[in-house]
Structure formats: structure tokens, C-alpha cells
Design a protein around this ligand. Structure first.
Ligand code: SAM
Length: 231
């Protein structure tokens, strides 16, 4: 079955390239290498190479491969980068980033739900990424000060606004990518912190993410849905 998964992975990557989601050889190589089937629960494994989000328990999802590819391209990770991810989920996005920043870079990834952090740790361990990814349980809307500043920061849950601590924890010259807006629809925002510290923000595609719940996120899911009626 594993060679069948490899074939399906290659077909998906080929399709994502044709559709323009994968634009660089770095992201292509990482998407070809990381086995998405080992980051999803067994009951949905057969759908691992459909381009869609899949349930990972606790009302959360692993994002669709096209979104992972597109956000990774926007983040422009480089070998050696220090990266912060907010919303570890399954650990798949973190593994893609770890593959690109190797051998000297590192990914710190924060997950609010302890059981999911454990699920991600196990997935990263069995796929060989645990030495390049540190999973932390906590409120990622506050960032992760002990390792700051970061070259790149990626948020994989929808925030009401770009959390201020994340902008502060980004290096000059760094890039932050985050979905911003209420449920059900948000826009991806790309924040460029210029070398002189100036901030430039670019709005990108419309996306659908679960909410970022935390001090600099939404208070709860109800507030994230109510936010829709205020916009
Ligand atoms: N990047 C993940 C992957 O590759 O599987 C998918 C992330 S999933 C769409 C969003 C995750 O963000 C969920 O696991 C959720 O529990 C988490 N989350 C929500 N609010 C958070 C917060 N304040 N801090 C950390 N994680 C949070």
C-alpha cells in the first residue's frame, strides 16, 4: 500500500504544480517527501491525497494540501530558518517546513489542545522530524517568547486581527502569514517586516480555517461566528 500512497502523492503534487499552488522546487520536494497519510487518523487515511481538509479529532482539521503548499510558498522558508507555527494540529505543516529548513533550521510549533500536541509529536516522531520540530502546548496567539525572534511565522487558525506579539517576535526582514477574519471565511494576510522594521501587509486569497482561540485571538467559537455579522 505504501507505494500506492507514493504514487498518489506524486499525482497530487503534479496537479498542485499545474494549478499554481506549488511554485518552487523547494516546496515541491518537501510535498513529495512528507507522507501526509501518516499525519491523519487511520479512518480517513484513504483520503490523504484528496485535496481537502480532513478531520483529526477535537473538532479540528488538517488543512488541504493546496493551502499548505500555497501558504508555504508565501512564507518563503529557507534552509537554516527559525520558524514559529501557531496551530500544530497533525504536525503536517510543521514537517513540510522542517524538511525545507534542514539541516540547521528549526520549527517551534504551538498547539492549544494537549491531546493534539501529543498526536502531532507521535506523527513527527515516526516520520523522522522530531529533532527539527518542537511541539509546545499553549496559547500561540501570544507567540513563543523563549525562542524569539523568528525568521518566519505561520498561523494556521483564523485570527480576528494579526496578533501584536507575533509581529514583535518577527525578525526585521521576516515574513508572517496568517488567515484573518471571522468564521466561515477569512483572507490570508502576508506581513513583511522590512529590514528597517517597517510593516507592509498584503491581502491574498480567501480561505476557510478553524478559529484561533486565545488572548490575541477569538474568545471562543461563538465570538468568531458572531464576528461575521459585524463585518
Ligand atoms: N497546521 C495544522 C496541520 O498541519 O495539521 C492544521 C492546523 S488546524 C487548521 C488549527 C489548529 O490550531 C487546531 O489544532 C487548533 O487546536 C489550533 N489552535 C487554535 N487556537 C490556538 C491557539 N491560541 N494556540 C495554539 N493553537 C491553537
Amino acid at each position: 500500500m505504501s507505494s500506492e500512497y507514493v504514487k498518489r502523492r506524486e499525482e497530487l503534487v503534479y496537479a498542485l504544480k499545474n494549478l499554481g499552488y506549488i511554485r518552487t522546487s523547494r516546496v515541491e520536494r518537501a510535498m513529495l517527501k512528507v507522507p501526509r497519510e501518516l499525519f491523519v487518523p487511520e479512518n480517513v487515511r484513504e483520503y490523504a491525497y484528496d485535496d481537502r481538509p480532513l478531520p483529526i479529532g477535537y473538532n479540528q482539521t488538517i488543512s488541504a494540501p493546496s493551502i499548505v503548499a500555497h501558504m508555504t510558498e508565501l512564507l518563503d522558508p529557507q534552509p537554516g530558518d527559525k520558524i514559529l507555527e501557531i496551530g500544530t494540529g497533525s504536525g503536517y505543516q510543521a514537517a513540510i517546513l522542517a524538511e525545507i529548513v534542514a539541516p540547521q533550521g528549526h520549527v517551534w510549533s504551538i498547539e492549544k489542545i494537549a491531546e493534539l500536541a501529543e498526536f502531532a509529536r507521535k506523527n513527527l516522531e515516526r516520520t523522522g522530524y522530531s529533532d527539527r520540530v518542537t511541539v509546545i502546548v499553549g496559547d500561540g496567539s501570544k507567540g513563543y517568547e523563549p525562542q524569539a525572534p523568528y525568521d518566519k511565522i505561520i498561523v494556521t487558525a483564523a485570527a480576528p486581527r494579526i496578533p501584536e506579539p507575533l509581529i514583535n517576535q518577527l525578525k526585521p526582514g521576516g515574513i508572517l502569514v496568517a488567515p484573518v477574519g471571522p468564521l466561515p471565511l477569512q483572507f490570508l494576510f502576508i506581513v513583511y517586516k522590512r529590514p528597517d522594521g517597517k510593516i507592509e501587509i498584503v491581502r491574498d486569497l480567501e480561505v476557510v480555517f478553524v478559529p484561533l482561540i486565545g488572548e490575541y485571538g477569538w474568545k471562543n467559537e461563538r465570538e468568531a461566528i458572531a464576528g461575521f455579522w459585524e463585518t
